[in-house]
Design a protein around this ligand. Structure first.
Ligand SMILES: [Zn+2]
Length: 353
């Protein structure tokens, strides 16, 4: 089979590899669509994310969908021909975190496209049966792949305890911010405000039905919200902040806007060490938490997408074949209108859109 391999910083090439064989509890999936994630771009540009260093050839891509073509001997839920969305993590399901239900925090996690585990820019991948989730025929291949970033957004909402009546502020309108915003609406939020500096993404946020899409490139966020935006107890102050931009400046601007007893969820990556306004967090009893991927999100995310309450296809801004992975990885840098490039490993040759 053909795979696209990251051989070093800025060096991607198609190689031929043996087709994968399933172990008893695994299935082989013929890959249909793979979304390009910011982490793929980061590995491509820098060869590392934090302590994860690409020191051997690595297949990128972890937002994948496809069709089961072979099932291991002990597989019971899936058969060849089943369409699935791939949950790209393989926890050991036996460590203390797994046993506590927090399998995203597994001590021995193997995660797609994270060194040394290969990802899904490949014609076929092997997936444990438990993490190949069947999708209904109403869900297209791209949407089935984008269940992964939707899961990030949905998990952020769960960590933020978003529910009926929540007033949610989402900073950053990249794919995860847009999907967190849609998730918040689907979970019953009373209002969802999205901020960004990219007018194309803000326009898309509005099309997707957020209540307010605010451009913070000029006027600070606080000044754009009505009334005394930083006054605790202001009736429409957000009670959940989903920080999806990864910018420390954005976090510094947005955190003081959160209502007492509100929750602040740090989703976006990029900001390293940031100062925290400790008295404000204390006096308002704010809860500040991180998120790491997701757990138990696929069934709900598939249902939200299949019901149309979350739109995934609208995020797709281009399709690329396996030979054009490099172009897909560069798309977010070369075109500000890019939201989510999708690689179709079974497409031969040129960009199809
Ligand atoms: Zn574990």
């Amino acid at each position: 089979m053909r795979v696209s391999v990251l051989r070093g910083v800025g060096d991607v090439a198609v190689e031929e590899r043996p087709a994968p064989q399933p172990r008893p509890h695994e299935v082989v999936v013929r890959v249909a669509s793979v979304g390009v994630c910011g982490s793929d771009v980061h590995y491509y540009e820098h060869g590392r994310i934090g302590d994860h260093v690409v020191d051997a050839p690595l297949v990128l891509g972890h937002e994948a969908s496809g069709t089961v073509v072979e099932a291991g001997s002990a597989v019971t839920r899936l058969r060849p021909g089943d369409r699935v969305s791939v949950e790209p993590q393989v926890p050991d399901l036996s460590c203390p975190q797994c046993l506590a239900g927090r399998y995203n925090l597994c001590e021995r996690m193997r995660f797609f496209a994270t060194p040394p585990v290969d990802g899904a820019f490949a014609e076929q991948v092997v997936v444990p049966e438990l993490f190949a989730h069947p999708v209904p025929d109403t869900l297209g291949e791209d949407a089935a792949a984008l269940i992964e970033p939707l899961s990030v957004g949905l998990w952020a909402c769960r960590k933020g305890e978003v529910g009926p009546g929540s007033r949610v502020l989402v900073t950053g309108a990249g794919p995860v911010g847009l999907l967190a915003a849609q998730s918040a609406r689907a979970l019953g939020a009373a209002s969802v405000t999205v901020t960004d500096v990219n007018p194309h993404r803000l326009a898309l946020a509005e099309e997707l039905g957020v209540d307010r899409a605010l451009d913070v490139s000029g006027t600070p966020l606080a000044a754009q919200l009505t009334g005394r935006a930083d006054a605790p107890g202001r009736p429409d102050a957000p009670d959940v902040l989903l920080e999806c931009s990864g910018s420390s400046g954005v976090l510094a601007d947005a955190l003081p806007l959160v209502a007492p007893a509100g929750r602040v969820v740090l989703v976006g990556m990029g900001a390293d060490t940031v100062p925290l306004p400790v008295p404000l967090i204390q006096e308002r009893e704010l809860v500040v938490t991180g998120t790491f991927r997701y757990a138990h999100t696929w069934p709900a995310a598939i249902a939200l997408a299949a019901s149309g309450r979350v739109e995934l296809d609208r995020l797709v801004t281009g399709h690329f074949g396996l030979a054009d992975v490099e172009q897909a990885l560069r798309a977010t840098r070369t075109d500000p209108r890019t939201v989510k490039p999708v690689v179709r490993p079974s497409d031969r040759g040129e960009e199809s859109r």
